[in-house]
Design a protein around this ligand. Sequence first.
Ligand SMILES: Cc1cc2nc3c(=O)[nH]c(=O)nc-3n(C[C@H](O)[C@H](O)[C@H](O)COP(=O)(O)OP(=O)(O)OC[C@H]3O[C@@H](n4cnc5c(N)ncnc54)[C@H](O)[C@@H]3O)c2cc1C
Length: 623
Amino acid sequence: MEQPNNFWLHDAVSALAYSFAKSNGENPAIQPPFNDLTGFILRQRAQMPDYLRGPMLAATLGFDTLGLLKSGKRFHCQPPELRQRQITAWKNSSAGFKRDLIRYFESLAVLALHSREIEQSRPAPLTVQDKNVITSPAAELRAEIVVIGSGPGGAITACLLAETGRDVLLVEDGPFYPLTSCAPFSKDEMLQKYRNGGQTVALGRNKIAYVEGRCVGGGSEINSGLYHRTPPEILERWRKEFQVEALSEAEMRPHFETCERDVSVSPLPWPAPAASLKLHEGATRLGWKSLEVPRWFRYTVANTHAPKGTRQSMSETFVPRFLRAGGKLLPQTRVQQFWQEGAKWILEARHHPANAIRVMADAVFLCAGAVQTPALLRRSGIGRHVGDSLQMHPTIKIVAQFPEAVNAADMGVPVHQVKEFAPRLSFGCSISSPAYLALGLLDHPQAAREITRTWTRMAIYYAMITSEGRGSVRTLPGFRDPLVRYRLTENDRRKLADGLHKLAQILFESGATTLYPGLAHGQKLLQSDDLARLPEILPDGMASLMTIHLFSSCPMGEDPSRCATDSFGRVHGFKNLFVNDASLLCTAPGVNPQGSIMALARRNTFHFLNKIPNKLSPAHRVA
Ligand SMILES: Cc1cc2nc3c(=O)[nH]c(=O)nc-3n(C[C@H](O)[C@H](O)[C@H](O)COP(=O)(O)OP(=O)(O)OC[C@H]3O[C@@H](n4cnc5c(N)ncnc54)[C@H](O)[C@@H]3O)c2cc1C
C-alpha cells in the first residue's frame, strides 16, 4: 500500500474507483462500498515497473489538480457528475498519456469489480515446504551449477542436471506456491504469480501489453497449457539462417516425445467448451483448417461424475523431480548480476525482503525468460546480440455475443485453434470470465454495462500474428525493471487488420450476433456487411494489443553476426555460461512456444552433460 504522505493519491484513486464502478454496473452484486477496488488499484500501482511509477504518479497528480482550474476543487473533492465529465474528457483526449492514464485505472477497477462475486478475501496462500527448499539462506552459498529461473526452461535444466548427480542450486525470484493456491486466471493469481502484477508493457507507437510468470514454475503456472511442437519448417529456417547445429526434425523428435510424456500432453477426454466449439464450427463452415490443441494435463476420469484435470505445470512435474533428486531450490531470491573470478562465477542476489547473498558456482544456466535473461546479461556487462532481437506474437481480440449460452463459470480453457493461415495468422478462443470480458469491452462501454446480464452468451476470441517486427530489452541505470520496446512493421499492422477481419468472418459464420473488436472508438459489428468498416491496416495507437508469447532476445546459432549463444545455448565468448529458455528461439515459432522451449532445454542440457565431465565433489555441495 502507499505511504501515508500520499493520502491525496489514495483519495484520487478512490474517487476514480467509485466513478468507474458506478458507470459499470447496475447489478446488485456490484454495489458500494468499493474500498476493495481502491485497495487493489493501489497494490497494483505499487507493483508496476519502477520506471513507470514516477511518471504515473505525476500524471495522476496532474489529473487530480486539474479539477482546481476547472471547478475550484480537486478531482477527488468534486461531485460525481463533474468527476465523470473530467474522466470522459481525458478518455477521449487526443493526448495519448491522458487516454493511457484513464485506461490504466479503469481496467484495474473493472477487473476488481467483476472479480468480486467469485473472489472473496482469502487468507494468504501457504508456500510449499520441502527439506530441499532453502527458506533462510546463508550469506554465501556454493554449488557446482546454478540455474537462474524455474520456468519450463530452468525447471527442466535443473531437474535433468540433478538427476544425473550434479550439485544444482535453482534460484527463483518468485515465491513457491502450489498450483492450487488460487483460482486459475483470477485476480488473485495476478497478485501472487505474475511479474509486476501483470502490468508489463512493450512501449512503442503501438503499446503491447505482455505478461510473465514470477513464481516457482514461471509461466507454466499461469498459462493455458496448449502444446505444439516447433513446426519443421521453422526448425529448418533456424538451421539455415542462424546456422544452428543438430536441429533437424529427426534430431529434435526424441526431445519432443520425452517432454510430451513427462508432462502428459493429451487431448481433452470430454467435449471442448461451447465457446471453443463455436470457433471450430465457424472455421469448418468456411472450409478453414481448425484443430483441437492438446494440453499438458493429467486427467482423472474413472469412478467420478465430475472428471477433473490438473495442469502439469513445472511445480507439478519437473520441480518435484528436481527436489527428489537432491537439487536445492532457493525461491524468493532475485539474482541481480554476476561476474567471473578465475574459473568461478559469482552471483550477487537478494533474498526477499532484503537479504544480500552471494552464490559461487562453476557453471551458470540463465533461464529467467525472454525479458529477464537479456536484462540480467546486460546488467552483468554482457551485451553482444543480447536483447536486440526480441520477438513476440502480437494479438488482437474480439468479444463475440451469441444468441445462446456459450460460457459458464466452469467453462475451462478453450482448446481449438484455426491454422488455415498459419504461421502468418492463428485464431483461438481465450479465457472469458466476466472480469476478462469486462476488460475486453473497455472500448464498448454500453456493452460492458450489461455484462452481468449477457456474459454467459459471450466469449473472447483472438487473432495472433507471426510478426516481422523487432523489440529490444534494455536496463536503465537506477531502475530494477527492464525497458522493453517493440516496433510493429507496416506489414504487421496489415496482418493484424486482416486477422481481425478473418476472425470476424469465422464468428459470424458460427452464429455470433454482435462482435466488439478491440479498437479504440471501434463500432460493434452486427452483420457480415459491417466487416467493410474494419480498417485494412491497423491505425497506430488505436488497437488494444497484447501478447503472452515472448522469445528470441538471445538467439542461438553459429552465425556470429546475429547470435548471442552457440547452437546449444553457451554464451559466445564465455566458458560455462549458458542460456536455456525462450530467449534462444531464433525467431517467432508461429505456435504456442512452451513445447519448443522444453525440447530445446532438454537437448541443450544433454549436450552439456555429454561435453562436460562430472566434476561433483563434496566441496561443491550447496550449504
Ligand atoms: C497467461 C499465459 C498463457 C500462456 N499460454 C501458453 C500456452 O497455452 N502454451 C504455450 O506453449 N505457452 C504459453 N504461454 C507462454 C509460456 O508460458 C512461456 O513461453 C514459458 O513459460 C517461457 O518459459 P521460460 O522458461 O523461458 O521463462 P519463464 O516461464 O518466464 O520463467 C522464468 C522464471 O525466471 C524467474 N526469474 C526472472 N528473473 C530472475 C532473476 N533475476 N533471478 C531469479 N529468477 C528470475 C522468473 O520469476 C520466472 O519464474 C503462456 C504465457 C502466459 C503468461
